[in-house]
Design a protein around this ligand. Structure first.
Ligand code: G3H
Ligand code: 13P
Ligand code: ZN
Length: 312
């Protein structure tokens, strides 16, 4: 099947109490690891591309890699999504260039400005059969070239979501309930806890509307330890507990964004490979176990965290 939008995926995910995994892709091995996992467990997928990924790998290469995955996985619905679109022009370029879904992230702008920018993207996207994710509330952490400190982050205000969705016409909404971007989400010694009360309030005000969680890597400690044991230094890297993501997926959350966990799997495996084989220099030899680690990790997420296995 050709690339799809997220409309059907979200409808089924909402009704079924599970979420779709949205994984960031930057190169061939990452695309292969993710899609081989989804194919094996028969899960729908969102492959997403950030502004940084486009700058690194080039729009055309990424689209063609994803199109190759679509050919290799004919039975699986795959959407190609722009992650954190910073402005109308970037969204337009992706809509014109083969994406089926875009995010316009104007969450750092004042409420009325966020509405105006999002509405403009929605009008263009819908005219071209593309769906739009928007964001209300601010996550902490680093996304592309924007760094938000924990003090400057803010939870989504449930009393704003209805007006925002009505005025913009967006198809899904990313909210801030305590997740954050990157590998350092919570302070060591504190108890990671998402604000399910905020999610419940949003759900009440937007019945049947798909909610998105960014910053949802769990930062698996086996990979952190693998990195630290092989020349890396990532003290205090902590992610979102998987049981909390599972709970969110059973509620209104239909899309869960995961990027850092892919990076940790790849980096840990490559570091370990070089430590064990200091004489090797063939990229195929060290990228093969990295791709396999991504595949195993994604499979685990699809089955045990998102609950979307068998839903393709
Ligand atoms: O939320 C941001 C994603 O993890 C993408 O990261 O901008 O480094 O590609 P990136
Ligand atoms: P993580 O940094 O938690 O993987 O979040 C990724 C993300 O939100 C991409 O938009
Ligand atoms: Zn994000």
């Amino acid at each position: 099947m050709p690339l799809v939008t997220t409309t059907e995926m979200f409808k089924k995910a909402y009704a079924g109490g599970y979420a779709i995994g949205a994984f960031n892709v930057n190169n061939m091995e990452i695309v292969q690891g993710i899609t081989e996992a989804a194919k094996e467990v028969n899960a729908p997928l969102i492959l997403q591309v950030s502004k940084g990924a486009r700058a690194y790998a080039n729009h055309t290469y990424l689209v063609k890699l994803v199109e190759a995955a679509v050919i290799e996985c004919p039975g699986i619905p795959i959407a190609l999504h722009l992650d954190h679109g910073p402005d109308f022009e970037t969204c337009k370029s992706c809509i014109d260039g083969g994406f089926t879904s875009v995010m316009i992230d104007a969450s750092s702008k004042p409420f009325e400005e966020n509405i105006a920018i999002t509405k403009k993207v929605v009008e263009y996207a819908h005219d071209h059969g593309v769906v739009v994710e928007a964001e209300l509330g601010t996550l902490a952490g680093i996304e592309d070239d924007v760094q938000v400190s924990a003090e400057d982050s803010s939870y989504t205000r449930p009393e704003e979501v209805q007006e925002f969705v009505e005025k913009t016409g967006c198809d899904s909404l990313a909210i801030a309930i305590g997740t954050s971007h990157g590998a350092y989400k919570f302070k060591p010694g504190t108890k990671p806890q998402l604000r399910f009360d905020v999610l419940e309030e949003v759900e009440k005000r937007l019945p049947n509307f798909p909610i998105v969680l960014h910053g949802s890597s769990s930062v698996p400690q086996d990979f952190v330890e693998m990195i630290n044991a092989n020349g890396g230094s990532m003290p205090g890297a902590i992610g979102v507990p998987e049981d909390q993501l599972r709970k969110a997926a059973s509620m209104a959350v239909c899309k869960i964004n995961i990027d850092s966990d892919l990076r940790l799997a790849m980096t840990g495996t490559v570091r370990q490979f070089f430590a064990q084989h200091p004489d090797k220099f063939d990229p195929r030899e060290y990228l093969k176990p990295a791709r396999a680690a991504i595949k195993d990790m994604v499979k685990h997420k699809l089955i045990n965290v998102l609950g979307c296995d068998g839903k393709a």
